[in-house]
Ligand binder design. Sequence first.
Ligand code: NAD
Length: 425
Amino acid sequence: MPVVKRTSNNVLLDIALKNFYAAAEEMGLEDDLIEILSHSDRKLAVSIPVVMDDGTTKVFNGYRVQHNSALGPNKGGLRFHPEVCMDECEALAMLMTWKCSLAGIPYGGGKGGVECNPLELSKGEKERITRGLAARIEPIVGAWTDVPAPDVNTGGQEMIWLMDTISKMRGNMEPAIFTGKPISLWGSKGRTQATGVGVATCAMELLKVVGKDVKGATVAVQGFGNVGTFTALTLHEHGAKVVAISDITGAYYAPEGLDIPAAIAFANAHPKKLLEGFTQPGVKKLDGEELLFLPVDVLCPCALEGAVNAKNAEKVQAKFIVEGANGPVTPEADEVLAKKNVIIVPDFLANSGGVIGSYFEWCQDLAGFFWTEEEYLKRLNQIMTENFKRVWDYAKEKNVKMRRAAFMVAIQRVADAVRMRGTFL
Ligand code: NAD
């Protein structure tokens, strides 16, 4: 009997399943493995009653999905957002399985969150929701079972509330259950830069394999937040000419190259950390979207999903795109760009520095011994370089695009682990 393919009304889950089935077919993956990997190991839904500041009680929906744990404990964020639902968590958990596998770290994929609007919550309400979630997911999380992390609208403070709640419930300090903690409380030096440094490493490795010197290579970086600033800074430090940067206030373009440390200092001094009013000799202000169409060697979209899409892909002039954000190039744009021979380093390879950094934090917490920033960044560079090369070589060998190659490499590693471990439980 042929495999009955799952579909979903949830767009994210439907895309995740379609990508999986397409890669599985191309790899010739066996039917039993397709069945197993297209389903999640465990899906937990919880109700969290919370006494609000006005004395009323509201019940919030919380979720945790563990997609597959053949390679190790599940890893993935917990997000607070009005649109969080089980299907979205399942899609994102599946993507985390492939991302961790591709990154070569010993984790499966997980994702969860609470359906809520953080903009309408006080700090006290947020704390009660977070601790309520911790108490309800406690039976299924642990340093060797499931290790959540920050995601949309959650950060270091939420991770500490989660860790504190579970540590107190167990009567045992449990720092390694959650990553993304502040450095002062079992977090890790180097994590802040990790994702951007990883994106820049991929860009530099790509330039190397196509025989182009990073020194003088022109770069445009969309988004000047956590990922964008460290992508731009790292490339600038290695001699690339970062000619354009942007944020929600627009794009800033200087064909002779920007002084990136000065731009970062400017944004840091702005009350909302924006580039609004930024200028340097030779800088022209452009509409934000125009950055995507500049004649550069490398374009790094590090802001939001769907930035390069069916409507604007034709205008892209960059030879290479390194996806810092999640899903910045839509599948329709992918096809347009393939015809223009643009090489794309896919998001779950390019921005995996974040999850690799989480793995480093977990290693340090388990050992109770902390690394220097130099040690952290040296190891990150080594792993990102190896991972880039693995996908590049596989894409050449199979004559497929890097995105498809990355899926195939990632799925194969999980499939091999499932096959070896078997399906006893
Ligand atoms: P951030 O909030 O720190 O920064 C986002 C930046 O994008 C801001 O500078 C914002 O002004 C800018 N921006 C928003 N809309 C824009 C637009 N239309 N044009 C130009 N700039 C725009 O977020 P971040 O942590 O840097 O994350 C960026 C992306 O990377 C997201 O897709 C996120 O999911 C992904 N990502 C982040 C990490 C991480 O470790 N931070 C890891 C993996 C993936």
